[in-house]
Write a protein that binds this ligand. Structure first.
Ligand SMILES: *Cc1c(COP(=O)(O)O)cnc(C)c1O
Length: 394
């Protein structure tokens, strides 16, 4: 297990193609990441020995767990430049988005009923907005430009006197583009509008500073940054009112009741600490892999990259292949895990709504593969994918 997870040699040191890599190859890091073995090790102790309920502070079992939770809270907060007291544990970014949007809309409904988001947001934002619409809120859903980016001027023009909240993701999960959050944050601040940022795909990949971004609410998910599934966090700027969506024992200052999942929390904390320590080196290494992948794909016939090519994380390439469906192409790459179309809606065969929002027609949207690189991707993996693509398209 540990062997297959050992990071491959940095691409820079690989002048010739490596030998055949271990199969199958995982290139779907945007869907989820493996738990880093260092994270898994840190978690184990909090399931078996230090299993206490962090709320049971009258004895050592609970105190040990509570100390670990406090440590993890500092680790998560440090990754985004926030005070530890502003972190609320959730079950993942889906719940963080629900708590942020429903919580802020409900708590601020006396100030206005207008909300703003983008058509390329994750379903956890779009469906939550749709729910709020049924409750009487009005939602403006802004389209991106053809490169996937939101124009801050268009955003500013959409604000109304009764706008209370805007939600724009930092990095898009399908096309990897980085939205101009700091510019939106300045606009929101000047107009007294709360800004929520879904940073599930940005955490551990980009430097995040909630003050510099002007974010009032920010969602994170552990399983997108080499932590366990089922744990996430919501940053809530001090003074921002939220209505709880889960009632019970009053945990997390009443914002999210339920016994804290201490082992999951320890895992998320450790994953964030590792990300913070290793992000610069890892991003540089992955950027080299992306260059290698992009050069190889550009040499193939009839390809088109989706999403802005510079304003993006290096971990993601989204490519349309002319003259065929992506699902059929993915079937011809049996040893390689990539995402055809919309991963988060993979049960449906509908073309990706994100790519359609960029202006791609049905056929081009259906022919797109999302290739996402990560901590355990090596040059040999990229070379193998390129070789298999040549065979499949040839
Ligand atoms: C994965 C993801 C989510 C959902 O996160 P979970 O922790 O799986 O609930 C939300 N938003 C974005 C952008 C994501 O990539």
């Amino acid at each position: 297990m540990t062997d297959t997870l050992t990071p491959s040699r940095p691409a820079a040191s690989c002048r010739c193609p490596d030998t055949t890599p271990a199969l199958p190859i995982y290139l779907d890091y945007a869907a989820t990441t493996p738990v880093d073995p260092r994270v898994a090790r840190a978690m184990l102790e909090f399931m078996t020995e230090k299993f206490g309920n962090p709320a049971s502070t009258s004895h050592a079992f609970g105190q040990d767990a509570a100390l670990a939770v406090a440590h993890a809270r500092r680790q998560v907060a440090a990754l985004i430049g926030a005070p530890a007291a502003d972190i609320v544990w959730t079950s993942g970014a889906t719940e963080s988005n629900n708590l942020a949007l429903k919580g802020a809309a409900h708590a601020n409904r006396a100030r206005g009923r207008h909300l703003i988001t983008m058509s390329t947001e994750h379903k956890a934002v779009l469906d939550t907005m749709r729910r709020l619409e049924t409750e009487g809120f009005e939602v403006t859903c802004l389209a991106p430009q053809a490169d996937g980016l939101l124009d801050p001027a268009a955003f500013e023009a959409a604000l109304r006197p009764d706008t209370i909240l805007a939600s724009v993701m930092m990095v898009n999960n399908e096309i990897g583009v980085i939205q101009p959050i700091a510019a939106l944050g300045r606009i929101c601040r000047a107009r007294g509008v709360l800004l929520h940022v879904d940073a599930a795909q940005a955490g551990g990949k980009l430097a995040i500073d909630v003050d510099q971004l002007g974010a009032d609410l920010l969602s994170l998910s552990a399983h997108k940054l080499y932590g366990p599934k089922g744990i996430g966090a919501l940053y809530v700027r001090s003074g921002v009112a939220l209505e709880a969506q889960m009632d019970g024992g009053g945990h997390e200052n009443g914002l999210r009741s339920g016994t804290l999942a201490s082992h999951q929390i320890v895992g998320m904390g450790e994953a964030c600490a590792l990300a913070q320590r290793e992000m610069a080196g890892e991003t540089a290494r992955i950027a080299l892999l992306q260059e290698r992948l992009r050069a190889g794909i550009e040499a193939l016939p009839g390809v088109r990259f989706n999403g802005h090519l510079e304003q993006r994380i290096p971990h993601n390439l989204n490519v349309s292949f002319a003259g065929g469906g992506a699902a059929a192409l993915a079937d011809r790459l049996p040893d390689i895990a990539v995402s055809a179309g919309s991963a988060c809606n993979s049960a449906s065969s509908a073309p990706s709504y994100v790519l359609r929002a960029l202006g791609l027609d049905d056929a081009l949207a259906r022919s797109a593969l999302r290739i996402t690189l990560g901590r355990y991707t090596g040059a040999a993996d990229v070379d193998y994918l390129l070789q298999q693509l040549r065979v499949a398209l040839g």
